[in-house]
Design a protein around this ligand. Structure first.
Ligand code: MN
Ligand code: MN
Length: 481
């Protein structure tokens, strides 16, 4: 080391050569790149408006994939290299068969299509003081006070006893009624809300949906005239009886589609961007693949927000089913360890959003190690909390492979975690897929107001997530240095 004082130019050169500086995506994009990002997010907004439940999202993915030449694996001929799986209408997978043998491993991007919401209880409909309501049980991590006093929509599926499916979507079309959860006025709130902790101000059993107020005319003293009026309407419109509401999945979501946010339209504001941002980006990255070197699989999972349990969640074994299907189609001997070995040699991204640094809540963030909004897709080596507990902690070799692929493809990316140590943290599907032996890390765009009824994403970050997933699927297995 010399003590020679560096000139300004020398300092600049040394800094440029040695330091990693995060830069806003927008400052690095050309006019064409900016137009592409904006254009990509127009499609993204339309998708968010249509796909507001896991079932609607899987139906959208299924339709879109078929339009682009994908066929269900159990219907496709042996010459089809573009395959589709639909698991109970709530989880899905798309694969594009690669040129390399499957035994050398596959590439997987796993996103999730469920989002925090309010589900109707099993016996939802009741009447109290001439008002009719639907009881709910929340799904996933919500802040309950965010769901009151706002327009809500009812989406879902009801099965009649004879098996007839009734698809419900009320509160989205112009002219549709919406629903709402009432909040108490400020004049009466001081004792029951004002002195409470924010998390207790709106108890879960008060998340009741206002659904009707016109009593059915009948004999004096009849019980529940509003409830009966509503059941009569449901019967006339859909042929439903009250018991059908038990064999149903009815979800309450914020009403309305995605909107541009900001005078400059920098952001997309919408419900359900965790994790439909990644679902949309990975969908297009796999659809646009033509004859990749390595077989590419996009997984669209359910149940992430409640721990990935259930047979449509990441803990289910349908990834193995997909591998068996692919291997049978490829021909050759299928040994007892073929699937295990293929997965062991595979690479994956758990495509999920993360929390963007919010300047108003800087105290929960570590600026240098949390994701900055507008600074590109965020690579997260480990999630977990309180000492990386329950994290898939990605290996350095794999992180290196991913960052090299992104750098070669000029993806604007950053590395970050979710909040300060011992303050934040969380889990994704990474650790469940890692149980198969594959290498995996997390990546996705940062969000503001994450898990709220109106999440906000920077368009540049959504676009860079798409570019990152494209690069992941296209990268050669052993890239030239
Ligand atoms: Mn998520
Ligand atoms: Mn989430």
């Amino acid at each position: 080391m010399t003590d020679k004082k560096l000139t300004k130019a020398e300092w600049g050169r040394l800094e440029k050569a040695l330091c990693r500086v995060r830069k806003p995506v927008w400052s690095l994009l050309t006019g064409v790149g900016r137009a592409q990002a904006m254009d990509f997010c127009e499609g993204y907004k339309a998708f968010l408006g249509e796909a507001k439940t896991e079932r609607e999202t899987v139906a959208w993915i299924d339709r879109t994939a078929r339009r682009h030449g994908f066929l269900p694996a159990d219907e496709a001929g042996s010459d089809t290299g573009r395959l589709l799986w639909n698991f109970r209408g709530k989880a899905a997978a798309l694969a594009v068969v690669g040129r390399r043998p499957l035994a050398r491993g596959v590439r997987i991007i796993a996103s999730h299509v469920d989002a925090p919401r309010l589900d109707l209880k099993q016996n939802p409909l009741y009447e109290d003081l001439n008002l009719a309501f639907l009881k709910t049980h929340y799904y996933g991590g919500i802040k309950k006070f965010q769901w009151v006093a706002r327009p809500l929509a009812l989406h879902g599926l009801v099965l009649k006893e004879d098996g007839t499916e009734v698809h419900v979507r009320i509160g989205e079309a112009a002219g549709d009624p919406v629903f709402t959860i009432n909040d108490i006025l400020p004049h009466l709130a001081s004792k029951i809300q004002g002195d409470k902790k924010l998390s207790e101000a709106v108890p879960a059993e008060k998340l009741n949906i206002l659904v009707g107020g016109l009593p059915l005319a009948g004999p004096d003293g009849s019980n529940n005239p509003i409830k009966l009026g509503l059941l009569k309407m449901l019967h006339e419109r859909y042929g439903l009886v009250e018991e059908d509401l038990i064999s149903a999945e009815l979800e309450i979501v914020p009403a309305g589609g995605a909107r541009d946010v900001g005078l400059d339209g920098a952001f997309v504001g919408a419900y359900g961007q965790d994790d439909r941002a990644c679902a949309y980006c990975s969908l297009w990255s796999v659809i646009e693949l033509e004859s990749p070197e390595t077989t590419a699989i996009a997984l669209f999972l359910d149940k992430e927000e409640i721990g990935s349990d259930g047979n449509t969640g990441a803990k289910s074994r349908f990834l193995e089913l997909i591998l068996y299907d692919l291997m049978r189609r490829a021909g050759g001997p299928l040994m007892p360890d073929s699937v295990v070995r293929t997965l062991w040699r595979s690479k994956a991204i758990s495509a999920d959003v993360t929390a963007g640094v919010d300047p108003d809540y800087i105290e929960v963030h570590e600026k240098g190690n949390d994701a900055l909004v507008g600074y590109g897709v965020c690579l997260t080596k480990y999630t977990g909390s309180r000492g990386k507990l329950q994290a898939n902690d990605a290996h350095a070799e794999y992180v290196n492979w991913v960052r090299r692929s992104w750098n070669r493809a000029a993806v604007v990316w950053q590395a970050g975690e979710l909040g300060k140590v011992d303050v934040g943290g969380g889990g994704t599907v990474a650790k469940y897929l890692a149980q198969h032996g594959l290498d995996i890390l997390d990546a996705g765009p940062p969000l503001l107001s994450m898990h709220s009824p109106f999440e906000v994403a920077h368009k540049a970050d959504v676009f860079m997530s798409y570019r990152a997933f494209q690069a992941f699927f296209s990268e050669k297995e052993t890239p030239e240095r």
